[in-house]
Design a protein around this ligand. Structure first.
Ligand code: CA
Length: 261
């Protein structure tokens, strides 16, 4: 019910942010000017907003108003990224994610309504790369898109950077060294594995299930409390104030995100 109003608010906020001259520095240069983004969204105002915003930031866009049309464009037009609404009239967005993942690793950012955390989690576990919750700002949208393209360009095998630095946190993955505010920290093997997985996915949300699978292996998917315990321990070691984390961000109901530089 209130979603249209909410949308109007964020759209106004958005048009402020894309005022002429205000955006040059936020244009994504790493992905090149011609990255193509497929937008699968059935609400015309949101479809138009996404198109206008991304086009003004030099992305090429393709619009699809249904899941079936989206699947067709994904196969025929080979976009570099897909923005996918989870609430579509014909196919469930989660189903669209699953079908695309059967043949392609194209990055997918899902868009969902507030309060539908479970949908997001299912979509992420089905292979989506990240999510946006309506209403979202232009800044959030572009930040998510940039993170996805950054991961794409960093994905070249074996040339991966071994040094992660963000603010007061510095991790040398080759030496397994964690330096916080100039001081070396001792991490247990599980703490270190968890941190390393988050660094590999810096800026991206990781669901509880993904973290469990990556850190503890496939048999552990129901042990959510492991994650909480280890996240808390990690925060004690790397955050200035563990109660107000700036590195290890909680995504309520979904998982955790390590802040990207
Ligand atoms: Ca929709």
């Amino acid at each position: 019910m209130g979603s249209k109003d909410q949308w109007a608010i964020s759209k106004r906020r958005g048009s402020d942010e894309i005022a002429p001259g205000a955006t040059a520095s936020s244009v994504d240069s790493s992905a090149g000017p011609k990255a193509t983004i497929l937008i699968i969204e059935d609400e015309p105002p949101l479809q138009n907003f996404l198109n206008a915003t991304l086009t003004s930031h030099r992305y090429k866009t393709i619009a699809a108003l249904t899941g079936e049309a989206g699947l067709r464009h994904a196969a025929n037009d080979q976009p570099d990224l897909i923005i996918l609404d989870l609430g579509l009239p014909d196919l469930d967005g989660v189903e669209v994610t699953r079908r695309i993942r059967e043949w392609s690793a194209i990055p997918i950012i899902v868009v969902s309504a507030r309060g539908k955390e479970q949908d997001k989690v299912v979509a992420l576990d089905a292979g989506a790369d990240d999510y946006l919750t309506k209403p979202f700002s232009v800044g959030e949208l572009l930040a998510r898109v940039r993170v996805v393209f950054r991961h794409l360009s960093a994905a070249k095998p074996d040339t991966g950077e071994s040094l992660f630095e963000n603010g007061d946190l510095r991790v040398d993955l080759a030496r397994r060294e964690v330096i916080v505010r100039g001081e070396q920290k001792h991490l247990t093997p599980n703490e270190y594995r968890l941190l390393a997985v988050l660094i590999k996915n810096a800026g991206r949300v990781m669901t509880h299930r993904q973290l469990l699978r990556e850190v503890w292996g496939p048999g552990s998917a129901d042990e959510n409390h492991y994650i909480r315990v280890y996240i808390n321990q990690l925060r004690e070691k790397i955050e200035l104030n563990a109660a107000r984390p700036v590195h290890l961000i909680t995504e309520t109901g979904v998982g955790y995100r390590l802040a990207a530089p």
